[in-house]
Design a protein around this ligand. Sequence first.
Ligand SMILES: Nc1ncnc2c1ncn2[C@@H]1O[C@H](COP(=O)(O)OP(=O)(O)OP(=O)(O)O)[C@@H](O)[C@H]1O
Length: 552
Amino acid sequence: MKPTEQQKLILDYDGNSVVIAAPGSGKTFVISEKIKGNLKNLLEHQGVIAISYTNKASTELKNRSLSNGENSMSSFFGTIDKFNLSEIIIPFAKHLFGIPKIQIKITKLSSLPKYESKNFEWFNRNLALEKLSNANIDLLKSYFLSGSILIETIGILANYVYTNSIACQNYIRARYKYIYIDEYQDSGFEQHQIFQKIKFLDIKAIAVGDLNQSIYAFSGKDAKYLEELTKDETFKYFKLDKNHRCHPSIINYSNYLLNIKTELIPTEKNLVFFSRVEGNEQAIANWLDQKIKIVQEAFNIEKRNHIAILTRTTRTSEIINIQLKEPHKLSVSNELDNNLNVWSSIFSNLLHFGYDKNFKFIDVIEVFTSYDNLKNSDLEKLKFAKQKIEGVFSATTLNKEALTAEFINVAKIIAPKSKSQESIDLLTSVLNNPIELKSYEPTNENEVNILTLHKSKGLEYDFIFHLDLYEWVFPNKKPSKNNDFKNPVFSDWTQDLNLHYVGITRARKGCWLVSSTKRTNNDGATKNGNDSEFIWKDEIKKLRFETKDTKD
Ligand SMILES: Nc1ncnc2c1ncn2[C@@H]1O[C@H](COP(=O)(O)OP(=O)(O)OP(=O)(O)O)[C@@H](O)[C@H]1O
């Protein structure tokens, strides 16, 4: 693929930069090309820091950056929490606090008993380091020394350790030459702090994102940090605004949603559709069964896994998963993948290895330790474990006990000090949940994908069916005080609009927006379904394909 002029400017600039990238404008392409270029000029003990929003996005970025067999050198690819833990807190907090009594475990603030959690009333995700009192630091220290880190406090703890440990700063300076953060619009305050502090060490800092794809405000993230960087003179500002992914009518539709004054691209046909299905989710599934076949043929879609059904709620995904007859795959997240204990990552990677031929055993191992550091006897044991795991996965029924035992064997060899009963329990829970387990399998070419809009971030498909377009649901709306349904208020109109925008812009060739006359609410009750405000906003219907269904 040849970079465009806009992309070339970014590739050629070797300094601090902020890139504002429209959907489908090739930001993943540009970041991975830049990293490829960086790796060529680094020494073996040096690397880049590449932070992505999810483990999946990180694996994708790593694969694309190393696609020509590049050596990743000493680079870090992962989420901000993993970076803070593995590069800052675990190696350097002990210099400030002392050595923990037992191996560190990651726990949740919400899982603490009340009498303990009330000690953290001072804590919030926007807490500046200067506001941290000695008593607060002592509390974080005491948890660390007793072997636990609260997941919510990882950011502030990393900031504290980084700022107070010269050894940590020296290590980061010596090892890393570049820091990339993707999806910067979903940065929290603490990530923004760390990014700027690392840049201060003369490590080149590159932030990439799209203000209109900010969808995680509910968990304390804010697009204002990206906006701040665009005004910061120490960052060169770049724009990627050419959408290479979507049909012009999809670009028009999505841009008009955000701004009615948008300049429309001339196009002969509008390939955004809308239907209000008669009936409830069961009726939608029947309708989808018919439309999937029609769309596949009409849009010349080679494989069915290039089609996705996106939902606002996991409940709708689950209902469609049960009711849809066409072959499909529901993608769900699970606690094992999201858990930050080392053994959880090992188990999760081993599950990927077992189900997906694209995952190599050596890659699972080398995330945690280099093969070269292992003794010959351990290498022998690993080879044996690998064969046994392959044997379990190739049998007709999955022997969960044997699998668990082998996974534990591997974990004991590569991370003996990180034993975690929680990770073993989470593994057991995944092994007993067929839907979660199926998520590890690569999508069969014949299966339509079902996933939430949030999970679709960063992905692309030929055709999208976008469900859950109901009044009250999306955009979310609630009665005002005293259950006043006559004067409802939107929970967060802009965030919901961004999420709608993200969903539509996943589509290359066409997008079908769907509501229905009945819907199931949170309590399982059937309600009348009205169309979402997004469907009739600002005369947007003029940018849709005209069918009988689409009439108001
Ligand atoms: N220079 C180019 N020429 C042709 N196609 C391109 C070019 N750059 C990117 N593309 C294509 O555009 C699509 C989007 O690219 P990519 O996945 O890198 O976008 P993105 O900006 O990360 O998207 P998003 O933010 O919406 O997730 C891909 O199919 C990619 O192959």
